[in-house]
Design a protein around this ligand. Structure first.
Ligand code: HEM
Length: 491
């Protein structure tokens, strides 16, 4: 008897789940695979991280650019359709991020990347001046100094053996971002075993793992696993370091009797603590920021500004390894700027003269966008470019596959910097830094750092191919499971 009741209950649950999915599917005109009761289409996405981007592509192609899929009963729309992506990114009210951003909240709280509504709007407005070129110029000597340390580390490895450049560049990028955002150095390149460096790695790894693995994602499960203790330990290190830096700078400002930014915030911030000073001294809605809000913003910029530029640089070095001709063109451009004095640091305006390097960076970020996917929550029924998007949908916006679409780019898998030369393309076909109100606030910072670092590398080394393609996976950033390997030869 009990068996019969269990069986009937099971059938009823399956039937209800199926009916509810079928009813839900009618809310959107974006087609997708038929979901199964209970699991939806979860089985299609339960793949290795290196398969994930391929599965997305297959679904997008099969269903005409965008596909609706269900993870259990949750509705997702995957899209690589540039018209739909443009409509979402330029909207002034579809600004909420997706569920997966929750996994970095223990570290970043409600900083600029993860916040929404009025908090995001107010902070975006007051943080924008921090990326004015007046302030960015403060960071140039930092990037140059760390670029030279990187060069020396690479010189020691330029012995004909393959080098996985990702972890080496990551330490340089960490030094760049801590010195410019916090105003202090953690010397990651010299002390890669430091507990701060390790804690950054642990947090990035845990957040990525939760994004990929739906079984460890929910808090109720995650909190029972040993990862939780690792996360707590890493957070303790990261948050206390940030708080220490904030308190020290607050004390310095107090001792110098500086209490506000002065009449011209951009000019008044010409010092190496520019970013922190803005957070400590600016007022939002007539009030100074709380210590916790400052901490969240500093951590957000530390996080967003380190792995992203690392990936951007490492994949660019990889692309160059397969294209000697492109390296030589960059080298010629460098010679035209520096003459024979390769030891000299570039000026801000010389960075602008590196026009060909700009094209190279743009093309490598097209093929290997550091942030391959982003999410958006649709919080009202909306029709965009002929797609009916019901309230409650999570959009998965697939920059990676869009930027490799043969309808947008001729021979899309070829690395050809000149394709960006004189052609006026639709700007929404290249979205490495996203677009619209929630685009990357650090874009100019990143491009400046990338140019300084690549200039240092190409001036000093020939980059040779190792012959192993990166096995790409989408985590928080575009990762390669087998590293990013090249061979270096000193020039
Ligand atoms: C090659 C390097 C970089 C790439 C490709 C990149 C890409 C992106 C993308 C695609 C977004 C949109 C994310 C989303 O909508 O969820 C974003 C947002 C953001 N980026 Fe970057 N980024 C880079 C470097 C940086 C740097 C160096 C910083 C800071 C120093 C930074 C700070 C931020 C912040 C704070 C946001 C959130 C903006 C908001 O929501 O208002 N990024 N970035």
């Amino acid at each position: 008897m009990i068996l019969i009741i269990v069986f009937v209950a099971l059938i009823a649950v399956l039937l209800l789940s199926w009916l509810s999915l079928m009813w839900d599917k009618r809310l959107t005109n974006v087609k997708g695979p038929t979901p199964f009761p209970i699991i939806g289409s979860g089985h299609l996405l339960a793949v290795d991280s290196t398969e994930f981007l391929k599965v997305l592509k297959r679904l997008e192609v099969e269903y005409g650019g965008s596909a609706t899929i269900y993870l259990s009963s949750m509705r997702y729309i995957l899209t690589a359709n540039p018209k739909l992506i443009e409509g979402i990114l330029t909207s002034t009210d579809l600004l909420a991020k997706g569920y997966s951003y929750n996994f970095i909240k223990p570290w970043l709280g409600n900083g600029l990347l993860t916040s929404e509504g009025s908090r995001w709007k107010a902070h975006r407005k007051f943080l924008t001046p921090a990326f004015h070129f007046n302030i960015l110029q403060n960071f140039l000597p930092i990037f140059c100094k760390n670029g030279k340390v990187l060069r020396e580390k690479l010189r020691n490895l330029a012995n004909g053996s393959p080098i996985n450049v990702f972890p080496i560049i990551a330490l340089a990028a960490l030094d760049n971002v801590t010195e410019s955002i916090m105003g202090v150095s953690v010397n990651a390149q010299e002390d890669s075993e430091s507990e701060f460096v390790k804690a950054v790695e642990v947090m990035s790894r845990i957040a990525s793992m939760r994004m990929r693995n739906p079984f460890v994602a929910p808090d109720v499960v995650f909190n029972l696993l040993p990862y939780k203790a690792d996360q707590d330990k890493a957070l303790d290190i990261l948050h206390s370091q940030t708080r220490k830096v904030i308190n020290a700078r607050r004390e310095e400002l107090k001792n110098s009797e500086i209490t506000d930014l002065g009449a011209d915030a951009e000019i008044g911030l010409k010092n190496k603590h520019a970013f922190l000073d803005l957070l400590l001294l600016a007022e939002v809605d007539g009030k100074k920021l709380s210590d916790e809000h400052i901490r969240e913003e500093v951590d957000t910029f530390m996080f967003e500004g380190h792995d992203t530029t690392t990936a951007g640089l490492a994949y660019c070095v990889y692309c160059l390894s397969n294209h000697e001709d492109v390296q030589e063109k960059i080298f010629d451009e460098q010679k035209a700027i520096f003459g024979d004095d390769f030891e000299r640091n570039p000026t801000y305006s010389e960075l602008h003269q590196m026009k060909y390097l700009d094209l190279v960076i743009k093309e490598s970020l097209r093929l290997f966008p550091s942030v391959p996917l982003i999410g958006r929550e649709i919080d009202r029924d909306v029709d965009i470019a002929g797609h009916r998007l019901p309230k409650g949908t999570t959009m998965v916006i697939d920059f990676f596959n869009m930027q490799r679409n043969a309808e947008l780019y001729e021979d899309p898998l070829e690395f050809r910097p000149d394709r960006f030369g004189n052609i006026n393309r639709n700007p929404f076909f290249w979205l490495a830094f996203s677009a619209g109100p929630r685009n990357c606030i650090g874009q100019k910072f990143a491009l400046m750092e990338m140019k300084v670092t690549l200039s240092e590398i190409v001036k000093n080394f020939k980059i040779l191919p190792y012959g192993e393609e990166p096995e790409l996976g989408a985590d928080l950033i575009l990762r390669s499971r087998n590293g990013i390997k090249v061979i270096l030869e000193t020039r």
